[in-house]
Every structure is written in structure tokens, then in C-alpha cells.
Design a protein around this ligand. Structure first.
Ligand SMILES: [Ca+2]
Ligand SMILES: [Zn+2]
Length: 328
């Protein structure tokens, strides 16, 4: 099946929709007399500049927990033990060209409009294209097999990890086996953590909870979507990284095995924004891997998986998802 991949009218409409009314920097200017026009102009410039600075500085504030895929160190150890216990000899390391993961994309919406979450096929294609680019170095590619559309306002607004809504949604819609990627788009706007953009299940979970397997992301994160900083499609790249077996680069902080990947420097906590040069574990080698897809940086500032991550993905795919397996 081929899916249409351009929707220019949508982009335009969204651009117009999402220039939010600025908090007025001009509010005080009405109080000034015309004799102070020059001062006012200077003030306006200062206000605009400081507004711009505030925007630039905003990402270094408290980090919103945009991803729900977390494990504490104890659980990580247990999962790694499971990893190790499945000891087959993995003959092939990444890249392993030719692995095509079938994708079933489930659009959950509250009505017929794009603003109701009823995203268009072309946006979905655009997001899969972004992801295929991001994973190109691994040899893994993703191919859309089907797009389903379900109108259910409760699921759309309230699906979250561990909710009855999530269970019902996945029980109704999930298809395929361990090697099949099911993606659900919802709103996450009536849940406990309204900053959430996505979450995923690890491959190590599949055997015990196959029906739970998959990736859930906000419909606003697709390319051209309405969310500033996070509308480049990288939420899907990130969550699928979890689905392929990767932890956050800041997993476990500065101490211990961290994300169980040797070539991603240790990182104390999630990074938000774009600024380079952060070194949150100064006693360990390397600057923070803020351009890694498995951190929380802005979509535009992520551009990297490491060879160590490819190897981990290759192992996880082989051991838990039955793809690219060349065990001997
Ligand atoms: Ca690491
Ligand atoms: Zn994550």
C-alpha cells in the first residue's frame, strides 16, 4: 500500500494557528505620554529582546518529564539479567541491513478534525520518514502496514501507562507479534503528568505482556505538529529507541552501568533544550550526550545514535523480537 506524503495546506494552517498571542510587551506603552515616544520605543526594543532571551533561556529551566519510559536501577538490573540469561551468541552486530519492521499506526481521536487528533496519513508518513532517516545507520527500517482510526474521547484524552483506558485501547487495536511495531497517537491532556509526550514498552517485557507492547505518543509531536520544540517527529524516534531496547542516556545517573551502553557518556539527569557543552558527570569522561535521541533535547538538536546503541538494538532485536537473528 502506498501512503500520500505531502500535506502543505495542513502545514500552513498549523503555522497560522500556532503563533500564540504574545504576552503583551506593550501593555505599559499605553500609559506613556507621546512625549516619551523615544523612551517607549527603547523600552519596546528592550522588552522584545528580553522576551527573546526568555524564550532562549526557557529550555534550561526545570526539565518536564516528557517521556514516561523509566526504570529504577533495581528494575534495570533485573531486565539486564534477563538480557544476559537469553544468552545466544549474537553473530551479527549492527548494522544489519534488511530488517524491515512492520508498523501499525492507530490514530485515536475525539472527532473528525485534525485538532481532534485525527492526524492525516501524510503526517504519519512524514514521521515514519524522519524515523527511517534517524535509524538509517542501523540498517533497520520501518514500513507502514496499516493505519487505523478510532474515535474515543476517553482514550484520546486519558490514555496513560497503567490506566484501564490504555488496557482497553491496546486490547482492541494491537496486532502482530514481537517484531511488529504498534504506534498509538493520543492527546495525554487529561492525565497526571500533562507534559507527557510519549512512552513505550521494552522488548524485555514482551514475553510477559505481549498485549501491552508498543509505543504511545502525543499527536502534536508529528512533523509540522502544534508543539513548539517537539514537533520534528523525534518523539517517535526516541520512544521506538526504548521499544528496541535502549534506556535514556541519563539512566542511572553518573554512577554504575548507566544506560548499559559504553560509548554514551554518563549523564546525571535529563537535558532539555539545545545548549551544548553540559557536563553533568564531571568525574566521568565525555560531555553529556545531549544530541543523542535518547535524551530529552529539542527535536532539532537530536541527531545521534551511537555504535554501542546500534549493537544493543541488534542484540535486543535478535533476542526478544526475532528479527535480524543470526544466532549460532
Ligand atoms: Ca553510557
Ligand atoms: Zn524516553
Amino acid at each position: 500500500m502506498s501512503w500520500r506524503s505531502s500535506c502543505p495546506s495542513l502545514r500552513l494552517r498549523r503555522l497560522l494557528l500556532y503563533f500564540p498571542p504574545r504576552p503583551s510587551t506593550r501593555r505599559t506603552s499605553n500609559d506613556l505620554s507621546s512625549a516619551h515616544k523615544n523612551i517607549m520605543r527603547s523600552l519596546a526594543i528592550v522588552a522584545v529582546l528580553s522576551g527573546a532571551l526568555a524564550v532562549l533561556a526557557a529550555p534550561s529551566g526545570p526539565v518536564v518529564d516528557i517521556c514516561g519510559t523509566h526504570v529504577d536501577p533495581t528494575e534495570a538490573s533485573a531486565l539486564e539479567a534477563k538480557f544476559a540469561a537469553s544468552k545466544k551468541t549474537i553473530a551479527s552486530r549492527a548494522p544489519f541491513p534488511g530488517v524491515v519492521i512492520p508498523v501499525y499506526w492507530h490514530v485515536i481521536n475525539a472527532g473528525p478534525d485534525v485538532s481532534d487528533g485525527n492526524i492525516r496519513d501524510c503526517e504519519i508518513v512524514a514521521n515514519i520518514n524522519v524515523m527511517n532517516n534517524d535509524y538509517a545507520g542501523s540498517g533497520i527500517q520501518f514500513s507502514i502496514k496499516n493505519i487505523t482510526r478510532t474515535t474515543n474521547a476517553k482514550w484520546f484524552h486519558s490514555v496513560d501507562q497503567g490506566t484501564t483506558y490504555e488496557t482497553a485501547m491496546k486490547r482492541t487495536l494491537r496486532v502482530g507479534g514481537a517484531d511488529t511495531l504498534n504506534i498509538y497517537t493520543v492527546a495525554f491532556d487529561e492525565i497526571e503528568n500533562p507534559g507527557l509526550l510519549g512512552y513505550a514498552t521494552f522488548p524485555m517485557y514482551y514475553e510477559d505482556a505481549p498485549q501491552d507492547d508498543g509505543v504511545v505518543i502525543s499527536h502534536l509531536t508529528l512533523p509540522g505538529g502544534a508543539l513548539p520544540r517537539y514537533n520534528g517527529g523525534r518523539t517517535l524516534t526516541h520512544e521506538t529507541g526504548h521499544w528496541l531496547g535502549l534506556y535514556h542516556t541519563f539512566q542511572g545517573g553518573c554512577d554504575g552501568p548507566g544506560d548499559f551502553v559504553d560509548d554514551t557518556p554518563a549523564e546525571a539527569s535529563a537535558f532539555s533544550g539545545c545548549m551544548k557543552g553540559r557536563d553533568s558527570c564531571p568525574q566521568d569522561p565525555g560531555l553529556d550526550p545531549i544530541s543523542n535521541y535518547m535524551d530529552y533535547s529539542d527535536d532539532a538538536c537530536m541527531n545521534q545514535f551511537t555504535p554501542g546503541q546500534w549493537d544493543r538494538i541488534a542484540a535486543a532485536m535478535s533476542l526478544f523480537r526475532g528479527a535480524g537473528a543470526t544466532d549460532s
